[in-house]
Write a protein that binds this ligand. Structure first.
Ligand SMILES: Nc1ncnc2c1ncn2[C@@H]1O[C@H](COP(=O)(O)OP(=O)(O)OP(=O)(O)O)[C@@H](O)[C@H]1O
Ligand SMILES: [Mg+2]
Length: 342
């Protein structure tokens, strides 16, 4: 966990900023709303808030609001008394009580039915609620962190989320960027999950080849870190680099750097899209060729960069820049690990 959370906040200005926000809000009991696409690591962030707070030794309880049927969510959150409904033979505390003095994570808060929202607002305001079928109030000291994949504002406009609850929940909001907007993290995250699953399953999978590293870097990752974790796990377990390479390469061009102005991929009225793409294709082809030549030359010179720069007839500084641009150092490091262990 500690390794992953370090990677999660490193190498990207937006993520660095989120880390500073987390450090600040963790010291308080303020409700935090975390927004972001599925698999971007909202749960991980919520956990970081809990672990950096004075509540770290107390419970951290997750509730996936979208996964619990509407009729059951109220008793899940607030608990029930014996005899509250048919089948309630014993009393049962809800998640708010279980998380007392700790943190409750309400995943997909926008999915909570409007009929329960008044009760939620009350617990957020003064920590009190009543169990189902109970007459007296229960008081808790539970910190709330909520997540949403959708625009909660829209849910509110549509009349499915109370305005007062929205303002109560949205005091501090953090937006986690999708993985395609923090590409610098793709390689370190892949390496993390690679080592993690190799160790977990005792596999001797060889390190990523450079085509796989490039493919991982260029893929759009619509399922974000969750998808990346699964892809890497598949490579470790099945050793099928080629299959994985094929499946992610097919979608390579549909990434954040190659937007389709009309959403459906058709050129826009002025035809700009067509020319933009052609330019982009040329640029990419040149980059691929350049990268390959630099890589080969570095291999030939056993990574003697001065010699390589001479052979390539570029300045030493220009070569260093290209090495950094194409992440060739990572590939070299990765190969080295393989050589040492294999
Ligand atoms: N403590 C952890 N250690 C290792 N991996 C983790 C940890 N917590 C989360 N992950 C992984 O991080 C990825 C993102 O998961 P997370 O649940 O945080 O995303 P999310 O933004 O909450 O997505 P969703 O909205 O779909 O719930 C997943 O692949 C998950 O397995
Ligand atoms: Mg989650």
């Amino acid at each position: 966990m500690s390794d992953l959370s370090q990677i999660f906040f490193a190498n990207n200005p937006k993520m660095n900023k989120i880390k500073s926000t987390i450090d600040e809000v963790a010291k308080t009991d303020i409700t935090v709303l975390i927004k972001g696409e599925s698999g971007t690591g909202k749960g991980l962030l919520a956990q970081a808030i809990h672990l950096n707070s004075h509540r770290q030794d107390k419970p951290f309880i997750k509730v996936n609001c979208a996964a619990i049927p509407k009729g059951l969510l109220e008793s899940e959150l607030f608990g029930f008394e014996k005899g509250a409904f048919t089948g309630a033979h014993l009393e049962k505390p809800g998640k708010f009580e279980l998380a007392n003095n700790g943190t409750i994570l309400l995943n997909d808060i926008g999915e909570i039915d409007i009929s329960i929202q008044a009760k939620l607002l009350q617990v957020l305001q003064d920590g009190t609620f009543s169990r189902l079928g109970g007459s007296g109030d229960v008081t808790v000291n539970t910190r709330v962190v909520a997540t949403t994949k959708d625009h909660l504002e829209r849910t509110m406009m549509e009349g499915n989320f109370r305005e007062d609850l929205f303002f109560r929940v949205n005091v501090i909001s953090i937006t986690v960027p999708p993985l395609r907007d923090r590409r610098e993290q793709i390689f370190p995250l892949s390496q993390y999950y690679f080592d993690f699953y190799k160790k977990k399953y005792g596999r001797e999978t060889p390190p990523f080849s450079s085509p796989v590293i490039s493919a991982l870097r260029e893929y759009a990752w619509p399922g974000n870190i969750r998808e990346l974790e699964n892809v890497v796990k598949r490579i470790v377990l099945l050793g099928e680099e080629n299959t994985v390479l094929q499946s992610i390469s097919n979608s390579r061009l549909v990434d954040g750097r190659n937007p389709e102005p009309n959403g459906d991929g058709s050129p826009n009225a002025s035809g700009e899209n067509k020319y933009f793409n052609l330019k982009e294709v040329g640029k990419r082809a040149a980059e691929v060729a350049e990268k390959e030549i630099i890589q080969n030359t570095l291999q030939e010179t056993h990574w003697n960069r001065k010699q390589a720069a001479k052979l390539l007839r570029v300045s030493y500084k220009a070569l260093l820049y290209k090495i950094q641009k194409y992440h060739l150092d990572d590939i070299r490091g990765c190969r080295k690990v393989g050589e040492e262990t294999g």
